[in-house]
Design a protein around this ligand. Structure first.
Ligand SMILES: Cc1cc2nc3c(=O)[nH]c(=O)nc-3n(C[C@H](O)[C@H](O)[C@H](O)COP(=O)(O)O)c2cc1C
Length: 183
């Protein structure tokens, strides 16, 4: 049986490395996983007042998460944390109170950066944010991808072998984790 994983891309940028990594992971994933690469374009700003009559984009995002077998975050690092657009989407999905759409969903976190530190602070911030509203987070292997700036060709295909190898290992471990959590 194939498990659907909502793969949330934490950047809106057209040429986003996070998006390219999500697409690469979707290709590397074993047959047991279907990665639904999801960008956050069009998710309205969270405003608790709107909860009485939630925007259609919130409802669609929440429903997609609820129907999934797990969630994979592919996040860049902005100023040593996650981008605001990603925090907004998490806030949207975490409500109404007690009814988080992430509840019970196993989670993976893949941070990345063209810089040397691989977005590790962003990943650590996600590890702080999620435990109260989501299911278990895959702890090992950890993955903080650095040097992604020269990892793709001009068609967006992953060409850097070292990155490919790490992604392959990660998605295999994540597939086993998902299998286990959805038993
Ligand atoms: C507002 C802003 C803040 C950033 N802060 C960091 C940072 O703290 N650490 C880091 O490694 N890169 C930082 N960067 C560089 C991003 O890693 C780089 O722009 C990356 O390409 C963004 O991800 P994307 O390619 O998925 O859009 C920052 C970029 C922006 C635009």
């Amino acid at each position: 049986m194939s498990h659907t994983i909502v793969t949330i891309v934490g950047s809106l940028r057209k040429e986003s490395f996070s998006l390219k990594i999500a697409n690469a992971l979707a290709k590397l994933a074993p047959a047991s996983l279907k990665l639904d690469v999801t960008t956050l374009e069009g998710i309205s700003f969270f405003n608790q007042d709107l909860e009485a009559n939630p925007p259609a984009d919130w409802l669609a995002f929440r429903e997609k998460l609820q129907k999934s077998n797990g969630v994979l975050f592919i996040t860049p690092e902005y100023n040593r944390s996650i981008p605001g657009v990603l925090k907004n989407a998490i806030d949207v999905a975490s409500r109404p109170y007690g009814k988080s759409s992430f509840l019970g969903k196993p989670v993976g976190i893949v941070s990345n950066s063209p810089g040397a530190l691989g977005g590790v602070s962003a990943a650590k911030h996600l590890q702080n944010i999620l435990p109260g509203i989501a299911g278990p987070i895959l702890g090992q292997p950890e993955i903080y991808l650095n040097g992604v700036g020269d990892a793709f060709d001009d068609k967006g295909q992953l060409t850097k072998e070292a990155v490919q190898k790490v992604l392959q290992q990660y998605i295999a471990a994540f597939a086993a984790f998902i299998e286990n959590q959805n038993k």
